[in-house]
Ligand binder design. Structure first.
Ligand SMILES: CC(=O)Nc1ccn([C@@H]2O[C@H](CO)[C@@H](O)[C@H]2O)c(=O)n1
Length: 106
């Protein structure tokens, strides 16, 4: 599988990522090949516009049913909001991957 050379986020999460309020993302298997220690550029999903670089800290399988308050807090939202959002992005998908990351400075 070709390694991912960038990761995209919906533009509406840009401010949360840049402020350090959002430190995880939940993705499907197609984006689970990231490796701890890997540094990569972050672009908007809508325009492909670069807005920061991140370092991957961990990639862990996580079932939708295991989502808890701690995950929601790391997403800077409530648990019901997070579950609704995941259900919209990945309808019916149980097997998610939790990707922890840190923001790299300038
Ligand atoms: C193409 C594609 O899937 N793009 C995605 C997928 C997910 N996410 C965010 O990650 C968290 C958990 O899913 C939530 O904050 C989501 O909004 C995102 O920004 N962009």
């Amino acid at each position: 599988m070709t390694p991912m050379s960038s990761i995209s986020f919906f533009e509406r999460f840009e401010a949360d990522i840049l402020s350090g309020r959002k430190t995880i993302t939940l993705r499907d298997e197609s984006e689970s090949g990231l490796v701890p220690g890997q540094e990569l550029p972050v672009v908007t999903f809508e325009q492909g516009r670069w807005f920061c670089d991140i370092r991957i800290l961990a990639v862990t399988p996580l079932a939708f049913s295991e989502l808890d308050e701690e995950h929601a807090q790391a997403e800077n939202m409530s648990l019901p909001e997070l579950k609704l959002l995941i259900g919209e992005i990945y309808p019916g998908l149980e097997q998610l991957y939790l990707i922890r990351f840190e923001l790299l400075q300038g």
